[in-house]
Design a protein around this ligand. Structure first.
Ligand SMILES: *Cc1c(COP(=O)(O)O)cnc(C)c1O
Length: 372
């Protein structure tokens, strides 16, 4: 028996995207290989300057991944045991694990229907032990930074943006990475600007903090002979930095393509599901194109069975993970988070997704709900 091959829409197509800039990537690799400088060389420095300029920030520090970017920054502010850091429960685990690893205690607050932190819930979670807020710009949509900064100011808290998913997003014309005291970005392959492997970067205007991070990413050694404090080896590689500089030149065009694709999905799917429209003043960069759907698990199965790779980010919120058991949260905490977690679904969206592929996804979703 022969079966027709199902038309496939994979969740990502990274190799195809790399192919579009391969000549420049290979030239960058070639020049690093010839230079003989593979750790903290001129490409890391240049990438840091170019990335800081892109974000509108004064300084940037390249590190080994987005988790290190969060972790080293939280270590830099010197959390003491019992110190609390408020973040969103519906994020990738690193938004909270890095507080634990830096010696503090993560405290969660609820989100709004845009899936980002609710400033009122953040304020209600503040205690005398609160030291910092880590707002996540989930899916590439900016969190409510003006209101969050107001809360931080009233309580004298450090604000570290988890901008891992949101490079290039803006709110009221101001880029993420230039709202908080510092911001952490991931350069993981599934992020909009990415290494061909792992990478991360911190932005800040605070020179003292950034000088500390420069040492913290390199064992705590300000020079070969002096150990200033105990730390990790968490550097961004020169090879990755050279390739990231090539990517950065394409980021705006790729982001615009993501946005066009997202608007097209929004138009087609509105009415069947809740689509991620932008709020006032927002530029969403759609690292993840996430809808909210009734009968989500059935819809996901329907898509997957028909060749469309749809995913749930993230099926279990952090406060309900086994690792978080000691913090004592339950299913009854954070009603809005609970509501969205049961309905979210991420659809394929990336530069190079074809109109035919996108049409296929839309047809399947619309058919699932019995047409519009
Ligand atoms: C990807 C991601 C991280 C971690 O970045 P890595 O580079 O994978 O360590 C942290 N927070 C969020 C919200 C992320 O999406």
């Amino acid at each position: 028996m022969t079966t027709a091959t199902t038309f496939q829409v994979p969740y990502s197509a990274l190799g195809r995207q790399a192919g579009t800039i391969k000549t420049d990537l290979l030239a960058a690799v070639d020049s690093v290989l010839d230079s003989g400088r593979y750790i903290l060389g001129p490409n890391v420095k240049a990438f840091e300057q170019e990335f800081a300029a892109y974000c509108g920030s004064r300084l940037a520090c390249g590190v080994s991944n987005g988790t290190s970017a969060l972790h080293l920054t939280l270590r830099a502010i010197g959390l003491k045991p019992g110190d609390e850091v408020i973040t969103a429960p519906n994020s990738f685990v690193a938004s909270a694990s890095t507080t634990v690893l830096a010696g503090g205690r993560p405290v969660f607050a609820d989100v709004l229907d845009d899936m980002n932190l609710d400033p009122a819930s953040v304020e209600a979670a503040v205690t005398p032990r609160t030291r910092a807020i880590v707002p996540v710009h989930l899916t590439g949509r900016p969190a409510r930074m003006p209101e969050i900064l107001d809360v931080a100011k009233r309580h004298n808290l450090f604000v570290l943006e988890d901008a891992a998913q949101a490079v290039g997003a803006t709110l009221n014309g101001r880029r993420v990475g230039h709202w908080g005291d510092a911001a952490a970005f991931s350069l993981h392959p599934l992020k909009n600007l990415h290494a061909y492997g792992d990478g991360g970067i911190v932005t800040s205007d605070d020179q003292t903090l950034m000088q500390h991070l420069d040492v913290a990413r390199s064992h705590g050694l300000p020079n070969r002979d002096t150990l200033a404090f105990w730390s990790f080896n968490s550097r961004l590689d020169e090879l990755q930095a050279a390739m990231l500089r090539v990517q950065l030149r394409h980021l705006e065009a790729w982001t615009e393509e993501r946005r066009r694709l997202a608007f097209r999905y929004n138009e087609r799917l509105r009415g069947c599901v809740i689509v991620p429209d932008e709020g006032a003043g927002e530029r969403h960069v759609y690292q993840t194109y996430m809808i909210q759907a009734e009968r989500r698990d059935d819809l996901k199965r329907h898509l997957v069975e028909n060749g469309v790779e749809a995913l749930v980010h993230y099926a279990t919120p952090i406060h309900l993970q086994p690792a978080a058991r000691d913090f004592g949260y339950t299913e009854r905490d954070f009603p809005m988070c609970k509501r969205v977690v049961d309905r979210i679904l991420s659809l394929p969206l990336y530069p190079g997704l074809t109109g035919e592929q996108q049409d296929r996804v839309c047809e399947l979703v619309v058919a699932f709900y019995g047409g519009k």
